[in-house]
Write a protein that binds this ligand. Structure first.
Ligand code: PLP
Length: 471
């Protein structure tokens, strides 16, 4: 009998097993740091200057590095860890789902956990957003919205193929995939790639208080520009895309109250779609579940990611309306399908954690806590604002930015190559707080669960960091 692969394996198991190699010992912290420098290409990082810091574990608002040093996670690990690290309920939800199935595709197939999450998202989102398209990161949530908006007008009744341009704000940040870069407005991230993207029509940032970072105008002037644009060219515009209330990565640029609602009114009046990017502001960050809840605004597309899975797994969702959905219906031959998707979109492990995270929002009065603790942060910021080289402080809920300036009168930026913001954050690290700057803005974006004592520690470290970096 000819041995096939399986019988051959059985035969070899009857011969004495070769002596086992000793398992390799775990790499030391020094080795890991070296390998990190040698092999890992870090995002938004000049690798020639990179100094490794390896985080080994976390708990609540705290992170611990490989040397056992403890830090408050002042950036919520890039703004997504909402309930803190190693939350027992989230850990359990993840393990329980892994015991059922880790991944099933959502291309023409479904699973109970992802369906339940879609249902729950529709319940917590502003009324009218009933359809959920899952992807895996903030950028992909935006890409999906841009492509859906574009395709919607091709298939609307009657079709409006001329509506194909997008309006976005200066200094907006919507992610790093090419469509998202096209609507992004932070020059240092987008200029280089401009030849690869489409160009959006830009509006100035509506922000009345001074900043060295942006060409800001007051909200009325910005709205007047939008109204004039849509009156003259609305028939060629697919959608306005914006971060509601706060342009986060642009430097925590806080819009005045009422601006968002006014944008909704103007876009609706001209039949232009509104895409709200709540990747940074969503899931409690501003004190409401979504920033648009503050002004009772219902967009045509709501883009969610980051806090959706509380920092556990990559997952994003683009929510939209029955009206948009209807434009995509038809038989296969009608070619109205949305031909777009991502392998891990709707992943059930991520969905299980997201569902449990939403349950924690319900059970633990998270939003009430955010409002209270944001008040305490405001007190700290008022003190920090008096420092000689603080040009402005901006805050919306637990999203705050402190802008460092060479001079306050007239407002003068530091030369960018001095990297004062980065230096302030490195100094704060010596006081046990991890932060990530946005140029010369020190951003404070802690886990929503941060306690009053932890916030006090954080603020003290931020203040010490700024004093040292601007001395
Ligand atoms: C408002 C906003 N949109 C989109 C993104 C991109 O998200 P991701 O990095 O998950 O692709 C970010 C990331 O910081 C963001 O702040």
């Amino acid at each position: 009998m000819r041995a096939d692969r399986y019988t051959a394996v059985m035969i070899t198991t009857t011969t004495p097993a070769p002596p086992r190699e000793a398992p390799p010992s775990a790499p030391t912290a020094e080795q890991l740091a070296r390998w990190d420098r040698e092999h890992v290409w870090h995002a938004f990082t000049q690798m020639q200057e990179y100094e490794p810091l390896l985080i080994e574990r976390g708990s609540g608002a705290w992170l611990v590095d490989t040397a056992g040093r403890r830090y408050i996670d002042g950036s919520a690990s890039m703004w997504c860890v909402v309930h803190g690290h190693r939350h027992p309920r989230l850990d359990r939800a993840l393990v329980e789902q892994a015991g059922r199935v880790a991944h099933t595709t959502n291309l023409g197939l479904s699973n109970p956990t992802t369906v339940a999450l879609a249902r729950r998202l529709v319940e917590v989102a502003p009324a009218g957003l009933e359809k959920v398209f899952f992807s895996d990161d903030g950028s992909t949530a935006i890409e999906a919205a841009l492509k859906m908006a574009f395709q919607f007008w091709l298939q609307a009744d009657p079709p409006r193929p001329a509506r194909r341009r997008f309006v976005a704000l200066d200094d907006a940040y919507h992610g790093d995939t090419l469509g998202a870069v096209g609507v992004g407005g932070v020059d240092r991230f987008t200029d280089l790639f401009a030849p690869l993207t489409f160009e959006a029509i830009r509006l100035p940032v509506p922000m009345e208080r001074g900043s060295t970072m942006v060409r800001a105008v007051d909200a009325a002037a910005c709205l007047a520009r939008l109204e004039a644009l849509l009156a003259a060219e609305g028939d060629s515009i697919a959608a306005v895309v914006m971060e509601p209330l706060v342009q986060a990565a642009g430097g925590i640029l806080v819009h005045p109250p009422g601006f968002l609602a006014a944008v909704r009114r103007v876009t609706a009046a001209h039949g232009v779609l509104l895409i709200l990017d709540e990747v940074a502001t969503g899931f409690g960050r501003t004190g409401r579940m979504f920033a648009c809840d503050h002004e009772g605004v219902v967009p045509d597309f709501l883009c969610l990611a980051k806090g959706l899975t509380a920092g556990y797994l990559p997952m994003a969702a683009t929510l939209t309306t029955q009206r948009v959905w209807n434009a995509f219906l038809g038989s296969h031959g009608d070619r109205r399908t949305f031909f777009h998707g991502h392998t891990y979109g709707g992943n059930p492990l991520a969905a299980a954690v997201a569902l449990e995270s939403l349950a924690i929002f319900d059970d633990r009065h998270v939003l009430k806590h955010v409002t209270e603790i944001a008040g305490r942060l405001a007190d700290h910021l008022a003190r920090i604002a008096r420092l000689e080289h603080v040009g402005a402080v901006r805050q919306c809920g637990l999203l705050a930015g402190i802008e460092l300036v060479a001079d306050r009168d007239p407002l003068t930026a530091y030369p960018w190559e001095e990297r004062r913001g980065a230096r302030a954050c490195l100094e704060a690290r010596r006081h046990g707080v991890l932060l990530r700057p946005l140029g010369d803005v020190v951003a404070i974006v802690p886990p929503l669960c941060i306690s009053a004592d932890e916030l006090d520690l954080l603020a003290t470290a931020v203040e010490a960091g700024i004093v040292a970096a601007t001395a």
